[in-house]
Write a protein that binds this ligand. Structure first.
Ligand code: IPM
Ligand code: MG
Length: 356
């Protein structure tokens, strides 16, 4: 199996090596793993003048899976705006057809008091956010930069969904629910937006093909509130690209920290990109303090979904749980009585837990 490793920018360059350490440790003596490294984001611009260099895209296309860190930062955003180019990550998601973004929210019990919510509110929470990743207002046309119109600046983006796109993500959500607690909550804004009326209609139609799964609908504003009030009512949440982006950051607080939230972005053909849901965190980059666990847990998803190594995926998840339970913590999940460690030491601790 070939894995393209794309650390990207900011903390991506620190957390990805820790996930690679863990992948190497867990594969050692069990299966062959071939790693190839590529540049993306500002690192891609610096190396080749493009946020998604041709070599990186070719590598991503020929590999079975991609382990991704993060791209971003003020310099990068400025460069994209000036050159009117889309982020390398968005280009990659779109080009590879990565339409289904799975963001599991399964707080580690020992981290309950790190969350800003009361422990009894998140107790027993096990939820999966299925975010459509290749369409919506992120990619909808027409779109346009800021222009002068009637003496003031104006700009446009388009929320757009095709029936086939909604249908595809609906099937992913219902199939996931069949492996879980058989409940899907579709989140939209059908009370205001035509796009979202189509979303709701198609969800309802596809839902009829899964009589064993209960389908409910919530508007995004109500869903945002319910997620904090009674998060355990959810099993699978399925939603569009932008609402999924927002809800999953909100859900990260249920897990205690953005630094604990992994994700898998899957294409219908089976290709997978695995990345933490957080960004490049330029404010803490380069200081060996970022939490690598979201990326390590993303590597576990890579083992599960692309490599079909469920046993090894669980080994990694268990190792992470044991390390955190034992009180080894990065700053974002630090509590009194625990031991604060840096990025590299956290990676080492997970490797040690795998061995032990
Ligand atoms: C995410 C991120 C990205 C997104 C950014 C970095 C483009 O926030 O994966 O959630 O908005 O999709
Ligand atoms: Mg996001």
């Amino acid at each position: 199996m070939k894995v393209a490793v794309l650390p990207g920018d900011g903390v991506g360059r620190e957390i990805v090596p820790e996930a690679v350490k863990v992948l190497k440790a867990v594969s050692n003596g069990r299966f062959e793993l071939e790693l190839e490294y590529g540049a993306i984001g500002m690192s891609g611009v610096e190396a080749t003048g493009k946020p998604l260099p041709d070599e990186t895209l070719a590598m991503a296309q020929r590999c079975d899976a991609i382990l991704f860190g993060s791209v971003g930062g003020p310099e990068y955003e400025q460069w994209l705006r000036k050159n009117k180019v889309r982020s390398g990550l968005l280009q990659l998601r779109r080009t590879l057809g990565l339409n289904a973004n799975l963001r599991p929210v399964r707080p580690i019990r020992e981290l309950a008091s790190v969350s800003t919510l009361k422990p009894e509110v998140i107790d027993g929470l096990d939820m999966l956010i299925v975010r459509e990743l290749s369409s919506d207002i992120y990619f909808g046309e027409p779109r346009g930069p800021v222009e002068s119109a009637n003496g003031e600046r104006e700009s446009i983006n388009t929320m757009r969904y095709r029936e086939s796109e909604v249908r595809a993500i609906a099937h992913v959500a219902f199939k996931a629910a069949q492996q879980r607690n058989r409940r899907v909550c579709s989140v939209d804004k059908a009370n205001v937006l035509e796009t979202m009326q189509l979303w709701r209609d198609v969800m309802t139609e596809v839902g009829r093909e899964y009589p064993d799964v209960e389908l409910t609908h919530l508007y995004i504003d109500a869903a945002a509130m319910a997620l904090l009030r009674t998060p355990t009512r959810f099993d699978v949440i399925v939603t569009g690209n932008m609402f999924g982006d927002i809800l999953s950051d909100e859900a990260a607080m249920l897990a205690g920290s953005l630094g604990m939230m992994p994700s898998a972005s899957l294409a219908p053909g089976g290709k997978g990109l695995y990345e933490p849901i957080h960004g490049s965190a330029p404010d803490i980059a380069g200081r060996d303090i970022a939490n690598p666990l979201a990326t390590i847990l993303s590597a576990a998803m890579l083992l599960r979904y692309t490599l079909k190594r469920e046993t090894e995926a669980v080994l990694v998840e268990e190792a992470v749980r044991r390390v955190v339970a034992a009180g080894t913590r990065t700053g974002d999940i630090m509590e009194t009585g625990c031991t604060q460690v840096g990025t590299r030491a956290m990676g080492d601790a997970v490797v040690a837990a795998l061995a032990g």
